[in-house]
Design a protein around this ligand. Structure first.
Ligand SMILES: Cc1cc2nc3c(=O)[nH]c(=O)nc-3n(C[C@H](O)[C@H](O)[C@H](O)COP(=O)(O)OP(=O)(O)OC[C@H]3O[C@@H](n4cnc5c(N)ncnc54)[C@H](O)[C@@H]3O)c2cc1C
Length: 404
């Protein structure tokens, strides 16, 4: 006998958990299951990120990223406050390493204001030196509202509350196949079958594969971009009072190697963005034959190589060579020494790539019969998760009744 639910959410990352919470709140009479393949929630992107609550500076005005980042941030801060989850508002400096980057800082300032982030302010070289002595720059954009949090801690709170309100948080349950009939979906997984009237796919790095296994031909393919972090030595920790970022490369949706204090008192440098040859490959050199085959068969791979070859080579080198990585850190903060690079950790971003090889720059939601697929939720999706959840709930409600 299969268990029967009104709603099944595939994936227990921060997006899946907030989606389950939003839909359970809208429909208190629904039975809800969160189906997660790992032994605990939040172990992939949610558990391997920079821990930054973004302010909404970078994103194209009018985009979902711009809107949902600001809305989600407010909801996240309120949730954290009510549950006493620690958040520290440290502010951020986006540093122009050379005079020519001043124009990009001005564009970012305009973009921030267009997105409703009015508190940004330009700093000159002296003000920058006063704020973070030793950081190399001709000026900076100050973003006072940037904050840090532990996303795994938020995910655990969400899972505990969902369970307390009657949702089934099933870990160790790997989705394998979905079959639809007039009554809804039969989801076949590693630990049995589950029936659900509606399904939301929030499987992050696996979301396109899950969509395919539910009969949807996704318009994009997920490609993993690994980001490596180094923990910097304790001698440097107290010297960085805020987040310090370079001016981003407008060609890609990654923010460049930056300095991030963490909520547990460490100081990280990173992440870079190297093509990952395994979707959950958390070390350079890890590869999966199946992922290589998927990349080889993907139409977009030629365009991807053509557009980003030089950038990919640089980011790969940073993955393999601590010396090359150090150069990127030193471009921001010249006094960091090789001996300051401590333990390395990594995360893999689930980045959707279009068939022409370009990187999808906004969140993507795709409707299928009785199901909604979240097919691009990279940064700032952790910040935006609570607002993404409301958006997903709107979309799913528009699909009702799910079963005919
Ligand atoms: C290096 C890095 C730095 C980042 N920094 C930031 C930041 O500072 N601020 C920010 O806002 N965002 C940041 N992000 C982005 C952010 O982490 C993600 O956008 C967010 O965590 C996405 O959440 P998710 O729930 O969609 O994905 P995930 O957290 O990856 O969750 C997906 C879940 O689905 C499960 N799953 C997959 N396949 C199956 C299956 N077949 N059956 C069952 N379960 C399955 C997985 O096990 C996983 O738990 C960063 C990301 C990375 C990688």
């Amino acid at each position: 006998m299969s268990e029967m639910y009104d709603l099944a959410v595939l994936g227990g990352g921060i997006v899946g958990l907030t989606v389950a919470r939003a839909l359970a709140a809208r429909h208190p009479d629904w039975s809800v299951a969160i189906l997660e393949k790992e032994p605990a929630v939040g172990l992939h992107q949610t558990g391997h990120n920079s821990g930054v609550v973004h302010s909404g500076v970078y994103y194209r005005p009018g985009s979902l990223k711009a809107r949902l980042c600001l809305e989600g941030r407010e909801a996240l801060l309120a949730f954290a406050r009510e549950r006493s989850v620690p958040v520290r508002t440290l502010g951020k400096l986006i540093v122009a390493a050379r005079p020519s980057e001043g124009a990009t800082l001005s564009e970012l300032a305009d973009r921030a204001r267009a997105n409703g982030v009015d508190s940004v302010r330009r700093l000159d070289a002296q003000e920058l030196a006063d704020r973070v002595p030793g950081v190399a720059g001709y000026g900076a954009l100050e973003v006072p509202t940037a904050a840090i949090v532990s996303y795994p801690a938020l995910a655990r709170h969400l899972a505990t509350e969902l369970s307390a309100h009657g949702a089934a948080v099933r870990t160790g349950w790997t989705f394998e196949r979905g079959d639809r009939d007039a009554g809804g979906w039969t989801l076949t997984g590693s630990a049995g079958r589950v029936r659900a009237r509606g399904v939301v796919n929030c499987a992050g790095l696996q979301s396109d594969l899950v969509a395919r296994a539910m009969g949807v031909n996704p318009p994009v393919q997920i490609v993993g971009f690994r980001g490596d972090f180094y923990e910097l030595s304790p001698r440097l920790r107290a010297r960085v009072p805020c987040l310090v970022y370079p001016v981003p490369d407008p060609a890609v949706p990654f923010l460049g190697v930056h300095l991030t204090p963490t909520i547990d008192g460490r100081l990280l440098a990173g992440p870079n963005a190297a093509l990952a040859l395994a979707r959950e490959g958390y070390r350079p050199g890890v590869w999966e034959p199946r992922e290589l085959a998927r990349l080889a068969l993907f139409r977009g791979v030629v365009g991807l190589a053509r557009r980003y070859a030089a950038l990919s080579a640089r980011e790969w080198l940073r993955s393999w060579s601590p010396r090359a990585y150090l150069e990127a850190v030193r471009a921001l903060w010249p006094e960091v020494r090789r001996s300051d690079l401590g333990p390395r950790t990594s995360g893999v971003r689930a980045q959707a790539v279009r068939p022409d090889g370009s990187l999808e720059d906004d969140f993507v939601f795709v409707r299928g019969p009785g199901a909604l697929h979240v097919l691009n939720a990279p940064s700032p999706a952790a910040t935006a998760a609570f607002a993404i959840a409301e958006r997903v709930a709107d979309e799913l409600d528009a699909l009702r009744p799910f079963a005919t």
